[in-house]
Design a protein. Structure first.
Length: 71
Protein backbone atom coordinates (compact mmCIF):
# COMPACT_ATOMS: atom_id res chain seq x y z
CA UNK A 1 0.00 0.00 0.00
CA UNK A 2 2.73 2.47 0.98
CA UNK A 3 4.61 1.72 -2.22
CA UNK A 4 1.56 2.43 -4.38
CA UNK A 5 0.82 5.61 -2.41
CA UNK A 6 4.38 6.77 -3.01
CA UNK A 7 4.22 5.97 -6.72
CA UNK A 8 1.07 8.05 -7.11
CA UNK A 9 2.49 10.81 -4.91
CA UNK A 10 5.50 10.99 -7.19
CA UNK A 11 3.28 11.07 -10.28
CA UNK A 12 1.16 13.91 -8.86
CA UNK A 13 4.06 15.74 -7.15
CA UNK A 14 2.47 15.53 -3.73
CA UNK A 15 2.74 13.48 -0.56
CA UNK A 16 1.33 10.08 0.35
CA UNK A 17 -1.08 11.90 2.67
CA UNK A 18 -2.25 14.01 -0.25
CA UNK A 19 -2.96 10.89 -2.30
CA UNK A 20 -4.79 9.27 0.61
CA UNK A 21 -6.99 12.36 0.92
CA UNK A 22 -7.58 12.43 -2.85
CA UNK A 23 -8.62 8.76 -2.61
CA UNK A 24 -11.16 9.56 0.10
CA UNK A 25 -12.54 12.50 -1.87
CA UNK A 26 -13.15 10.23 -4.88
CA UNK A 27 -14.83 7.49 -2.81
CA UNK A 28 -18.28 6.60 -4.20
CA UNK A 29 -19.86 7.18 -0.78
CA UNK A 30 -18.93 10.89 -1.07
CA UNK A 31 -16.88 10.83 2.12
CA UNK A 32 -15.82 14.08 3.69
CA UNK A 33 -12.40 14.74 5.17
CA UNK A 34 -12.37 15.97 8.75
CA UNK A 35 -9.22 17.95 9.41
CA UNK A 36 -7.71 17.24 12.80
CA UNK A 37 -4.39 19.01 12.54
CA UNK A 38 -2.91 22.40 13.30
CA UNK A 39 0.26 21.47 11.40
CA UNK A 40 0.45 23.78 8.40
CA UNK A 41 2.15 21.17 6.18
CA UNK A 42 -0.67 18.69 6.84
CA UNK A 43 -3.24 21.36 6.10
CA UNK A 44 -1.43 22.18 2.83
CA UNK A 45 -1.48 18.46 1.87
CA UNK A 46 -5.24 18.38 2.32
CA UNK A 47 -5.79 21.59 0.37
CA UNK A 48 -3.56 20.34 -2.46
CA UNK A 49 -5.34 16.98 -2.49
CA UNK A 50 -8.62 18.65 -3.39
CA UNK A 51 -7.13 19.43 -6.82
CA UNK A 52 -6.04 15.83 -7.48
CA UNK A 53 -8.50 13.69 -9.43
CA UNK A 54 -7.40 10.07 -9.39
CA UNK A 55 -8.45 7.97 -12.35
CA UNK A 56 -10.62 4.96 -11.66
CA UNK A 57 -7.64 2.72 -12.38
CA UNK A 58 -5.51 4.62 -9.85
CA UNK A 59 -8.30 4.61 -7.26
CA UNK A 60 -8.83 0.87 -7.60
CA UNK A 61 -5.07 0.21 -7.59
CA UNK A 62 -4.96 1.67 -4.08
CA UNK A 63 -8.07 -0.28 -3.10
CA UNK A 64 -6.43 -3.52 -4.24
CA UNK A 65 -3.06 -2.56 -2.70
CA UNK A 66 -4.88 -2.45 0.66
CA UNK A 67 -5.72 -6.14 0.04
CA UNK A 68 -9.40 -5.51 -0.60
CA UNK A 69 -11.11 -7.83 -3.11
CA UNK A 70 -12.64 -6.24 -6.15
CA UNK A 71 -16.44 -6.22 -6.01
Amino acid sequence: MNQRLQELADDYHTTKAGIAIAWLLRHPANMQVVLGSCNTSHIKDIIDASDIVLTREEWYSLYVAAQNPLP
